[in-house]
Write a protein of this length. Structure first.
Length: 256
């Protein structure tokens, strides 16, 4: 698998720093994971958006999906020839309200929303906790600890494995989800403090502890809030986890 980071800023974008967005490629299949603020431009800088074979969303907060409406405009009105085999109804996987939420985000008002369903460009496929197969990827989804319906994922293809926490507070189920993975892509929004709100985000300490207890081979820290010292977050993680700790970087690729 090849992981490309389109954006890794947490909650809001920073200067030249899009929010959450990733590409996973295996066996010629390109899976988009999240599409937050600024990530479509980052995608267009390196790939044709029509190269996407599917999209997967952990949850529907704007920093993980805000550029979906822009992608809709691109897919609908691109000058790509109508018979171009890349032009298809893109499968879109995510929480149960994914269809209605994206229609509402795209439509300008109630009248437009009433006549819009986006079905000319997308095939919406709500997911539940369990296993979903997307192209060559076998994906295990569990419910994350976040204020809305949200998932954490274990993604396996070609004998290689990635665990993606999505946005979540620390909870025991993440250890089993990430057990023995080649890469743990973990959110680490802030530094550790006892007064952090529960069931929202993780710290560098939390991410490092998760990597250690799950036996992950490598820890990749993401969803780093722009106002937080990312080096301090990394130092927290390294204090807990003896393996390789990497701060995700926009535009970087990681072979899994």
């Amino acid at each position: 698998m090849l992981l490309t980071v389109l954006g890794c800023s947490g909650s809001v974008p920073g200067p030249n720093a899009p929010t959450s967005g990733y590409l996973l490629e295996s066996e010629g299949f390109l899976l988009g994971l999240e599409l937050g603020t600024g990530t479509l431009a980052a995608l267009m800088a390196i790939r044709d958006p029509f190269d996407l074979d599917a999209l997967l969303f952990s949850h529907l907060h704007p920093d993980h999906c805000a550029d979906f409406s822009a992608l809709t405009v691109f897919r609908r009105y691109s000058s790509a020839p109508p018979k171009d085999p890349r032009v298809h109804r893109l499968p879109v996987y995510g929480p149960s309200e994914i269809h209605g939420r994206f229609v509402a985000a795209y439509a300008a008002d109630a009248e437009e929303r009433a006549g819009e369903d986006l079905s000319d460009v997308y095939d919406f496929r709500p997911i539940e906790p369990g296993i979903v197969h997307i192209g060559p990827f076998d994906i295990t989804a569990i419910t994350a600890h976040h204020p809305c319906e949200a998932f954490s994922f274990r993604i396996v293809s070609g004998g290689r494995s990635l665990a993606f926490t999505g946005d979540t507070g620390k909870f025991a189920g993440l250890v089993d989800l990430a057990s023995g993975v080649d890469v743990l892509l973990s959110e680490a929004t802030w530094t550790h403090a006892d007064d952090r709100p529960p069931d929202l985000h993780m710290s560098g300490t939390d991410a490092g502890d998760l990597a250690k207890r799950s036996g992950a081979a490598r820890l990749l820290l993401t969803h780093l809030a722009p106002e937080t010292d990312s080096q301090a977050i990394a130092a927290e993680a390294r204090a807990e986890y003896p393996g390789e700790v990497v701060l995700a970087q926009r535009g970087s690729t990681y072979r899994i």
